[in-house]
Design a protein around this ligand. Structure first.
Ligand SMILES: Cc1cc2nc3c(=O)[nH]c(=O)nc-3n(C[C@H](O)[C@H](O)[C@H](O)COP(=O)(O)O)c2cc1C
Length: 386
């Protein structure tokens, strides 16, 4: 059995110093122009004892911005901002991948370039889910996702090129790799879902090959740019976040994607395994939702690379128990990394954990609830910010 503090290779390319992953977390702290900044460099640098940091979701294009103050990776200023982050993480001995996304229909015209409609797999709206944008009065706030327009076949193909550029930019900005965000109801999941994707072109229709073609073309672009070991894919099978319909073909899609990613030799599959976000971002409760072990056993057989599990891990014991099943290689922690920058050290030494105040998860521009949690050895135990 492997230990949480043993190192792990991704496709014989990237060596991670332990099995602890910092899960991707949107924190909405960018500067004007969706540009990463010094504060974000401090935040990620503080968390460099993780074996792998996966950054917050990063936009490939202005049309991908469903939430104000989330970072992009398509302007020079954004690349320079990311360079601050990656340099700081590397200076502290860490490894960082960039989580790359397009939100698809999870946007509002008020947050889109020139007020255009969000980009959708179809015109079906996410009626019950919120996005975050500047209202007509200029104030930031939550609003229901807008009605999307369906992308044309040529536009989907062009978007593959946009992702390829983002991967090249991630490399230029100093990231060690990329994670493609194909979970939680964003564009890739919108394409993969057999209920939502009623397109009749090569990116839709009835077959699993067609529904997953967009993802696979993007994965191929990432592998070409970075090599397979520097590419991971995040999936949330059975998730219903952002109005993703329950899909009777979930298992078929999951196993097909696992097998295809295995053929391409990608470094890891990151499964949002146990806790699914439900409701909108601000009020999101994390609903318990197990991915069946029988399904995971099949994923394991289909995919020879590393498997990350995320969701609900709060202790060394629970993480080690998950590793001991033999079905996962790495354990991701999300919320525990907010209040515990030195989470890996705390788990190693059995030091107490600090709980963060959820009202500071998003939407503030400052360091409160972001970079102001000290490491345990410098007084972290004294602060309890609940
Ligand atoms: C503040 C916050 C922001 C998040 N942002 C993202 C994101 O950008 N991309 C993503 O894939 N998941 C995101 N998630 C989900 C987490 O990666 C993780 O799956 C979830 O928090 C469950 O893990 P936990 O129980 O360890 O917190 C976010 C979660 C939180 C709490």
């Amino acid at each position: 059995m492997v230990d949480l503090f043993e190192s792990q290779w991704l496709a014989s390319t990237v060596q991670l110093k332990n099995r602890i992953v910092m899960a991707p977390m949107t924190r909405t702290r960018t500067s004007e122009g969706d540009v990463p900044n010094e504060l974000m460099a401090i935040y990620y640098g503080q968390r460099a004892t993780a074996g792998l940091i996966v950054s917050e979701a990063v936009d490939v294009h202005p049309s991908s911005n469903g939430y104000a103050m989330t970072p992009g990776i398509y302007t020079d200023a954004q690349l320079q901002g990311w360079r601050l982050v990656t340099d700081e993480v590397h200076r502290k001995g860490g490894t960082i991948f960039s989580q790359i996304w397009h939100v698809g229909r999870m946007a509002h015209p008020l947050g889109m370039p020139d007020g255009e409609a969000p980009w959708g797999v179809t015109e079906q709206r996410a009626e019950n889910s919120d996005v975050f944008a500047h209202g007509p009065d200029g104030k930031l706030g939550y609003m229901r996702a807008g009605t999307p327009r369906a992308l044309t076949t040529d536009e989907v193909s062009a978007l593959v090129g946009t992702f390829a550029q983002a991967f090249a930019n991630a490399r230029k900005a100093g990231f060690d790799g990329v994670e493609i965000h194909a979970a939680n109801g964003y564009l890739f999941e919108q394409f993969m879902n057999s209920v939502l994707n009623t397109r009749t072109d090569r990116y839709g229709g009835g077959s699993v090959e067609d529904r997953t073609r967009f993802l696979m073309e993007v994965v191929d672009a990432a592998v070409r740019e970075l090599g397979p070991g520097r590419v991971g894919v995040r999936l949330a099978p059975y998730g219903t976040f952002n109005d993703i319909p329950v899909d009777p073909l979930t298992e078929e899609t999951l196993l097909y994607v696992s097998e295809q990613l295995g053929r391409r030799g990608v470094g890891y599959v990151h499964l949002v395994y146990e806790l699914m976000p439900a409701g909108n971002m601000e009020s999101a409760e994390f609903k318990k939702h197990h991915v069946d072990h029988a399904v995971l056993t099949k994923v394991r057989a289909a995919f020879p690379g590393a498997i990350i599990w995320a969701g609900g891990f709060t202790s060394r014991e629970s993480a080690q128990a998950a590793l001991d099943t033999g079905l996962a290689d790495l354990i991701a922690f999300g919320r525990p990394f907010i209040g515990n920058p030195d989470l890996a050290e705390r788990l190693k030494h059995g030091w107490p954990l600090t709980e963060a105040d959820r009202s500071t998860y998003y939407t503030r521009r400052d360091e409160v609830g972001f970079t102001d949690f000290p490491a345990y050895s410098t007084g972290g135990a004294a602060r309890r910010a609940v």
